[in-house]
Write a protein that binds this ligand. Structure first.
Ligand SMILES: Cc1ncc(C[n+]2csc(CCOP(=O)(O)OP(=O)(O)O)c2C)c(N)n1
Ligand code: SF4
Length: 282
């Protein structure tokens, strides 16, 4: 493997350019993550970007680092396996609301339980973009989509409340319209030891379930005095009906998967081998 010794000017691929629609919120996330890697003085060979399937799933192609474009909804378990065997890599997992909250929703609880040391960025545009506008778990009630021609008849999920109930050790919400704040949050999330979830409201300009104008109307930063170790306060802000709060909701220090596995490996080394156990029965 060729080692790149220079810290690059950009982590974005010079070979593969994004094919997202002009104005897609995902461009903002790509630029913010690129700047975050630069701020953290990472090297491409120390990063792995793992994505699921969707417009947002294309993300992994656009970085000059290790990258893996996995299967729909399975980015998290794939990234967990990678982090387990390569704890030295900074693993960033990315995907959409369909990928992460619908087909792949079941994996979030287990990444939280394991507290696997990686950052998961969910880009929520309230719709399935790649497959041309079907409802997702966060499409607003009553919004007309390809799969709900008379309007969505199911309530939309409250992802932040769900992440809090799983006790994810770092939870933040931001928007792709605010690069500076997103970059700050991504930096803290990547530096956090354990599972960090950055939930980005990232509008789709083609299927428009979440327009930029709505983002401006409903979002507001969490109050400055919000105590990020106070889970009950975080729940209160997550359930706010008038305002969609942005910022870091919750952070908790706890041991992560690789540390726990190290302990298991040490115990296994000192325990009896299979042949020793078999010898006891002779
Ligand atoms: C197992 C499987 N089921 C369904 C699909 C079709 N499919 C591809 S992307 C997608 C949803 C994408 O929506 P989202 O995750 O919100 O990403 P976006 O395109 O909006 O960024 C679906 C249903 C697939 N690729 N694989
Ligand atoms: S369809 Fe929507 S989510 Fe997909 S690239 Fe276009 S704007 Fe982005």
């Amino acid at each position: 493997m060729k080692t790149i010794l220079q810290k690059p000017e950009t982590f974005k691929s010079s070979r593969i350019k994004p094919v997202w629609c002009p104005g897609c919120g995902d461009y903002g996330v790509l630029n913010a993550l690129d700047k975050t890697f630069k701020t953290l003085e990472f090297k491409p060979e120390n990063i792995a970007v793992v994505s699921g399937i969707g417009c947002s799933g294309r993300f992994s192609h656009y970085f000059n680092s290790y990258s893996l474009h996995g299967t729909h909804g399975r980015a998290l378990p794939t990234a967990t396996g990678l982090k387990t065997v390569r704890p030295d890599l900074h693993v960033v997992t990315v995907g959409g609301d369909g990928d992460g909250l619908s087909i792949g929703g079941g994996h979030i609880a287990h990444a939280a339980r394991k507290n696997v040391d990686l950052t998961y960025i969910i880009m929520d545009n309230n719709i399935y973009g790649l497959t041309k506008g079907q409802s997702s778990p966060t499409t607003p009630l009553g919004y007309t989509t390809k799969t709900a021609p008379y309007g969505v008849y199911e309530e939309s999920l409250n992802p932040i409340a769900m992440f809090l109930s799983y006790d994810i050790s770092f939870i933040a919400r931001t928007t792709s319209a605010d690069m500076k704040i997103m970059q700050k949050i991504l930096t803290e999330a990547i530096e956090h030891k354990g599972f960090s979830l950055v939930y980005v409201m990232s509008p789709c300009v083609t299927y428009k379930a979440l327009p930029y104008s709505k983002l401006k109307e409903i979002t507001s930063p969490l109050p400055e005095d919000h105590d990020i170790s106070d889970k009950m306060a975080a729940f209160k802000y997550a359930y706010s009906e008038e305002t969609m709060y942005t910022g870091i909701f919750y952070r908790k220090e706890k041991s992560c998967l690789n540390e726990r596995l190290q302990e298991v490996f040490q115990m296994a080394e000192t325990s009896k081998t299979t042949s020793e156990i078999m010898a006891e029965f002779k």
